[in-house]
Design a protein around this ligand. Structure first.
Ligand SMILES: Cc1cc2nc3c(=O)[nH]c(=O)nc-3n(C[C@H](O)[C@H](O)[C@H](O)COP(=O)(O)O)c2cc1C
Ligand code: SF4
Length: 635
């Protein structure tokens, strides 16, 4: 391998061929040693990015491998069966070790009852792994990884919680690992000794009664001693505690290592460990410790595919940080266009569309607003060679992120602001703080174009999505404040705070957490039927509930604000349940924001101007950064 840095398998659902090749090419150029390609399903009863159970995928796959093999980075293929965790594409019941329903990755998916497969079906699965391995190796991969981690099909056989079989595939650990052992033997028979074979395993299922670290280490050691594996890729968690599989900013850096290094130390073959390793310095520290030989950095490379080249070149401070938000990548389904991407890196997985261009001619770009959209616009315009002036009305960078980063557990949101500020300074952008730009100012400056990233402000007139034009009597009373005011330090005199959430994202959660931290009792009332449903795709809902519900908080679903009195708030049910009057409270509003478009109106076409981010339409961070980027890229 050209380096000890690995990108473990990660599902992108990008199209096999040029699109996926372009996605992997950046890290390959930058110096990554090994990439494990995302799940290839071995059997029609499994989901997977590639259907490796028939030959249809081979032509596109082969040409993608050929393209990527111009780089020294090696390419392994992860082979898997999804087991009971996803419903099979053919609509039949999921296949598993036993007929025990298990949780899906997403909470709202229907947990169809699986079948505990027969011995004959076990033979079929063994053959399917071997045949699929033969196909991908013949197409040109450098190695194969059998996915037995994360509580999918093979993990379901390994786990005492999902395998209650009474035959030779259940019960003792030796029995539970029998299928995996048979698969490794069969795969080796088909692909021979020249191609490395390894497994991915969870070092702990992180659920009471699940696969323990001792058992996972025993499985690894036994496969190693039997000479069945050439490498061991260690991960963590299962769908029963999915938030540990791809730990977000709530987990510390290197959060898997306490578990994974135990397995790494138990085997003689090279091992891969990872889990929120976000800098090359952190990876090197792990390697120096000596238990693991390879370190995986998945999301760090999604956020910045040039991570290695920048770090090796002495510019580690210029690596765009992964902030562990899990929104653009894991939460792809809820991302713009439902596409895999990255909140902080607008070109991730859009490499073919977002190719870089130098400026057509020297020009001056005025960027108004130093929130994420404005900072990204200024950064990209400066990178393209424009003379850039960035004006910010306040004395602080980051716009709403300056608030978001002050909420409990959300500090890492600020890392992208700090990075953008560092970049614009490095790139020579002229920053003018405390300057409110009006049309005269912009025209006097003689800029060739204006990018307006003036953000949005909270809606405080009581308009709600369930009743956009409705009046809420009492909305002007002093007990009403915005989430911004609360997070910024306002201290209502009541003991109780009603946070009314009309949106369903992180803003209300952060407001509630700030209030709880300051000792208030909180009633989180929502138009929606659960806290933060918009974060479900990012698998954050369970984390949020786990943080909120043990505290002094009551969740009140399906509500609309009816009226505000001097010391109380009345919440009406959307579906006819009795009103709820909360006495002795303040009210914090979280609603659809109002864009600040005054400058665009005032300019009225006298300068080429483009609205981006919330100023164009209040939405979320990923689009703000992406729009700032695209505006700056325009010729
Ligand atoms: C979008 C996404 C998809 C993933 N899909 C897979 C997968 O198909 N197979 C797998 O073994 N791990 C998968 N993972 C887990 C990663 O391989 C890795 O273990 C996890 O992201 C933690 O590492 P990191 O902190 O370096 O990102 C996925 C991770 C992400 C972010
Ligand atoms: S979307 Fe968030 S977690 Fe995913 S790679 Fe980008 S910054 Fe990291």
């Amino acid at each position: 391998l050209p380096s000890r840095i690995v990108r473990a398998a990660h599902g992108t659902r990008l199209t096999l061929g040029p699109e996926l090749a372009a996605y992997h090419a950046g890290p390959a150029r930058s110096g990554v040693g090994l990439t494990v390609l995302e799940t290839a399903a071995v059997h029609p009863t499994s989901t997977g990015s590639v259907r490796a159970y028939d030959d249809g995928f081979v032509p596109a796959y082969r040409s993608m491998l050929e393209e990527l093999h111009q780089y020294p980075m090696k390419l392994f293929q992860q082979l898997w069966h999804s087991g009971r965790t996803f419903n099979p594409p053919d609509g039949g019941p999921p296949w598993s070790a036993s007929d025990l329903p298990g949780p899906r990755v997403a909470q709202t998916d229907l947990a169809a009852r699986p079948i505990g497969i027969t011995r004959r079906q076990i033979d079929e699965i063994v053959d399917s792994f071997a045949t699929a391995a033969g196909r991908v190796v013949a197409a040109g991969v450098d190695g194969v990884e059998i996915h037995s981690a994360h509580g999918y099909f093979l993990g379901q056989f390994l786990s005492p919680l999902s395998n209650i079989r009474e035959d030779e595939y259940g019960g003792s650990l030796e029995n539970r690992m029998r299928l995996l052992t048979r698969i490794l033997v069969a795969v080796r028979d088909v692909i021979g000794n020249a191609t490395p074979i390894g497994i991915r395993i969870s070092a702990n299922e992180m659920v009471p009664g699940g696969l323990s670290t001792e058992e996972a280490a025993a499985v690894s050691k036994s496969l190693d001693e039997a000479g069945l594996i050439d490498f061991l890729d260690v991960s963590l968690g299962s769908p029963m505690n999915y938030t540990k599989v791809i730990g977000g900013m709530e987990e510390p850096l290197g959060y898997e290592l306490d578990y994974s290094l135990v397995l790494a130390a138990a085997v003689s073959v090279p091992t891969i460990v990872g889990g929120r390793v976000t800098s090359l310095a952190q990876a090197e520290e792990i390697l120096r410790e000596g238990s693991a030989q390879l370190v995986s950095m998945v999301r760090a490379h999604i956020a910045d595919p040039d991570l290695m080249a920048k770090s090796i070149g002495g510019h580690a401070d210029r690596v765009r940080p992964c902030i562990g938000c899990n929104q653009g990548c894991v939460g792809a389904a809820a991302s713009p266009g439902g596409r895999f991407g990255c909140t902080v890196n607008p070109t991730a997985a859009s490499e073919l569309i977002e190719a870089g261009l130098p400026s057509a001619r020297p020009r001056t770009t005025l960027v108004v607003g130093a929130g994420p959209a404005g900072l990204e616009a200024a950064r990209v315009a400066a990178e393209r060679g424009d003379t850039v002036i960035l004006c910010e009305a306040t004395q602080r960078f980051g716009g709403q992120l300056d608030l978001a980063r002050r909420a409990p557990g959300r500090e890492e949101m600020g890392r992208i602001v700090d990075w953008l500020v560092h970049e614009v300074v490095q790139l020579g952008v002229e920053v003018r703080m405390g300057v409110t730009v009006d049309a005269d100012y912009a025209l006097r400056l003689g800029a060739d174009r204006v990018i307006i990233a003036t953000g949005s402000c909270p809606r405080i007139d009581g308009g709600q999505i369930s009743e956009p034009y409705g009046q809420v009597p009492g909305i002007d009373l002093p007990l009403v404040l915005t989430s911004w005011e609360l997070i910024d330090g306002a201290k209502p005199s009541s003991d109780r705070i009603v946070v009314f959430d009309d949106v369903g994202h992180f803003e209300a959660i952060s407001a509630a957490e700030v209030a709880l931290e300051r000792g208030y009792e909180v009633i989180l009332a929502s138009r929606l039927n659960r806290p933060a449903p918009l974060l479900e795709a990012a698998r954050l809902e369970t984390i949020i509930k786990g943080r909120l519900f043990p505290k002094r908080l009551e969740f009140l679903p399906d509500r609309r604000l009816k009226s505000v009195q001097s010391n109380s708030v009345t919440l009406e049910s959307l579906y006819g349940a009795p009103d709820r009057v909360v006495e002795g409270t303040s009210l914090v509003l979280v609603g659809a924001n109002v864009p600040r478009q005054g400058l665009a109106d005032e300019l009225d076409g006298r300068l080429p101007a483009e609205l981006v981010g919330d100023a164009w339409g209040p939405r979320f961070l990923q689009l703000a950064i992406a729009e700032g980027h695209r505006a700056a890229m325009r010729a």
